[in-house]
Design a protein around this ligand. Structure first.
Ligand SMILES: NC(=O)c1ccc[n+]([C@@H]2O[C@H](COP(=O)([O-])OP(=O)(O)OC[C@H]3O[C@@H](n4cnc5c(N)ncnc54)[C@H](O)[C@@H]3O)[C@@H](O)[C@H]2O)c1
Length: 293
């Protein structure tokens, strides 16, 4: 989408961090009308303090993205206030880390519900509206470098983010025919409030094998992300990618050596079977699985 001025963006998690940076940049730099949707009212209020003093067209909606009915009401409200949504930023996400053997079902369910199913709810809510309107549009999904790299103690988060990558790559292929662009943002570190994610963990996911609201843990986690990107700088990169309709948004070249090693290992594992007789048979038939050559 080249011409963004006056168009409407709907940004989940927009009260804080990466999403708040996106809201600022899309409202201020791109002159869009922006809806910020967040489960935390305090984050929304604080963010609105920023936008109201600048007279920017930003509308807050209190939304838990895991609530499908509330999501539909939020989409209706966004349309009533600003008109049809042109840009959906599925940015809201949570993290809580620890050894996989300590995880409870509630630990799994909470991160899967927010990071994956919350994003699916966004797609299921807005995609049909974008298609029906036949005016194109764009979807930016936020994953993480955890969509490529598995690290100890990140199993649940990593599972959700790999899934977000699969969802986004699929959407990119399938929505092209409707003129709807899709981008995937994979941050490494960003200086946000994600270290305090558990503060927004609903009571229905109450049983945890991990930490609670522990200032010491928060301090440790913050020390990892605070040297990362400033959310506004990251959002400017996202804006440029939306304008150029680029899929990959990967502004973290420090991951190149790790990804080179990873892909080399995957290719080497495939090569081991190049002389397999069954591969020869499949090649002769010339009927490979779709995606293979
Ligand atoms: N900060 C990093 O270093 C980093 C790195 C990689 C990826 N990310 C990703 O960036 C995205 C944004 O995270 P952030 O770092 O800005 O964190 P953040 O905690 O600062 O912001 C996330 C926002 O999402 C909201 N939220 C949480 N659950 C919600 C729900 N159920 N419904 C609606 N809103 C909800 C929170 O209230 C919060 O305002 C996430 O998807 C995260 O996985 C962050």
């Amino acid at each position: 989408m080249q011409d963004l001025e006056g168009k409407v963006a709907f940004i989940t998690g927009g009260g804080s961090g990466v999403a708040l940076g996106q809201a600022k940049v899309f409202a201020e730099d791109a002159r869009m009308k922006v809806v910020i949707a967040d489960i935390r009212r305090d984050h929304l209020e604080e963010a609105m303090g920023y936008f109201a003093t600048r007279g920017l067209p930003v509308h807050p909606i209190h939304l838990d993205i895991t609530d499908r009915e509330a999501y539909v009401r939020a989409a209706d409200e966004a349309e009533r206030v600003f008109g049809p949504v042109d840009l959906l930023c599925n940015t809201a996400g949570v993290s809580q880390f620890g050894p996989i053997e300590s995880a409870t079902y509630d630990d799994w369910d909470w991160q899967l519900e927010v990071n994956l199913k919350g994003m699916i709810n966004g797609v299921q809510t807005f995609m049909p509206r974008m298609i029906a309107r036949a005016a194109g549009g764009h979807i930016v999904n936020t994953a993480s470098m955890s969509a490529f790299v598995a690290l100890p103690s990140t199993a649940i988060y990593c599972t959700t983010k790999y899934a977000v990558r699969g969802l986004s790559e699929s959407l990119r292929i399938e929505l092209e025919r409707y003129g709807i662009g899709v981008s995937l943002l994979c941050p490494g570190g960003v200086n946000t409030n994600i270290h305090e994610s558990v503060l927004a963990r609903p009571a229905r996911f109450g049983r945890t094998g991990y930490y609670g609201a522990d200032p010491e843990v928060f301090k440790r986690l913050k020390s990892v992300i605070e040297s990362g990107f400033d959310p506004v700088d990251l959002a400017r990169i996202v804006l440029a990618a939306v304008r150029r309709n680029e899929f990959w948004i990967l502004p973290y070249p420090e991951f190149i050596p790790t990804l080179e090693r990873y892909h080399k290992t995957v290719i080497a594992a495939l090569r081991e079977y190049e002389s397999d007789p069954d591969y020869e048979r499949r090649k002769k038939l010339g009927r490979h699985m779709p995606g293979a050559q």
